[in-house]
Design a binder for this molecule. Structure first.
Ligand SMILES: Cc1cc2nc3c(=O)[nH]c(=O)nc-3n(C[C@H](O)[C@H](O)[C@H](O)COP(=O)(O)O)c2cc1C
Length: 214
C-alpha cells in the first residue's frame, strides 16, 4: 500500500463567506440557520458536536454528543448523569462544543456555563426516544468498566423483560444538560486560508461581535 503523506493533505475552501451585515445581532438565530443548512446539505449527523469538559486537576477531555435543543440563549444535550462527562461537569460546570460540517466548510464553536435541565424536560425528551434507546439508557452504566459485550446484551435483555408491556420510565441517572452560551464563533472556510471568523461574546447580558484573524 502506498504510504500516506498526511502533511500533504489540504483543501481550498471556496463555498461561501461571512459578512457582518448579514449576521444577526444575537448568535442563536445564526446557530439555527447553520444547523438547518447542515440538515439540508445532508450532513450525516448535522447535530453531532464535540463536547469538551474539564476534569478535576484541569485536564480536558472531549467526546461527541448530539445537540437536542436550542432554548433562548442555551443549547442542550442528553446523557448519563453517572458518566465521565457528567462527573467532569459536576466538578467544573463549564463546557465547550465544536461542530465541523465539511460539506459546508463550516466550524461552529460554543462555550458556556452548564446546568442540568429539569426532570420534566428530561422525561419529555426521553418519552420521544425509540424504545430500544430507552432500554439502552437503563442497560448502560456509561463509562464504567464492562467485562464483556455479553454482559451488556444480558443487561439489555433483563430490562427489556422488566419493562415488557409497559412504558419505559426515565432512569434517575439519565437526563439533559443545558449550556448557557457566553461565547459563539462562526468560522467559514475561504481560499488561501483567509477564513472568516466572527465571534460573539456575552457580557453584562449583552452580545458583542468581533471579527478575528483566521
Ligand atoms: C455521533 C455521536 C453522537 C453521540 N451522542 C451522544 C449523546 O448525545 N449522549 C451521550 O451520552 N453520548 C453520546 N455519544 C457517545 C459519547 O461520544 C461517549 O462515548 C459517551 O457519552 C461516554 O463519554 P464519557 O465517558 O466521556 O462520559 C455519541 C457518540 C457519537 C460518535
Amino acid at each position: 500500500m502506498a504510504s500516506l503523506n498526511i502533511a500533504e493533505l489540504r483543501r481550498s475552501y471556496t463555498k461561501s463567506g461571512l459578512l457582518e451585515e448579514e449576521l444577526p445581532s444575537e448568535p442563536v438565530e445564526q446557530i439555527r440557520l447553520w444547523i438547518r443548512q447542515a440538515v439540508e446539505s445532508e450532513v450525516l449527523e448535522p447535530n453531532a458536536m464535540t463536547l469538551s469538559t474539564v476534569k478535576e486537576g484541569g485536564s480536558p477531555d472531549s467526546r461527541m454528543v448530539l445537540l437536542k435543543g436550542i432554548e433562548g440563549n442555551s443549547v442542550s444535550f442528553f446523557t448519563n448523569y453517572q458518566s465521565e462527562k457528567a462527573t467532569d461537569l459536576e466538578i467544573c460546570p463549564k463546557a465547550s462544543c465544536c461542530f465541523w460540517w465539511p460539506e459546508l466548510e463550516r466550524q461552529l464553536r460554543l462555550r458556556g456555563d452548564v446546568e442540568r435541565v429539569s426532570r420534566k424536560e428530561s422525561a419529555e425528551y426521553f418519552a420521544t426516544r425509540p424504545r430500544e434507546s430507552q432500554i439502552g439508557a437503563w442497560a448502560s452504566d456509561q463509562s464504567k468498566l464492562l467485562q464483556s459485550r455479553n454482559e451488556l446484551i444480558q443487561k439489555f435483555s433483563e430490562f427489556e423483560e422488566k419493562f415488557s408491556g409497559s412504558e419505559v420510565p426515565v432512569p434517575d441517572h439519565w437526563g439533559g444538560y443545558r449550556i448557557k452560551l457566553i461565547e459563539v464563533e462562526f468560522w467559514q472556510g475561504r481560499p488561501g486560508r483567509l477564513h472568516d471568523r466572527i465571534r460573539y461574546h456575552k457580557k453584562d447580558n449583552q452580545w458583542n461581535r468581533f471579527r478575528l484573524f483566521p
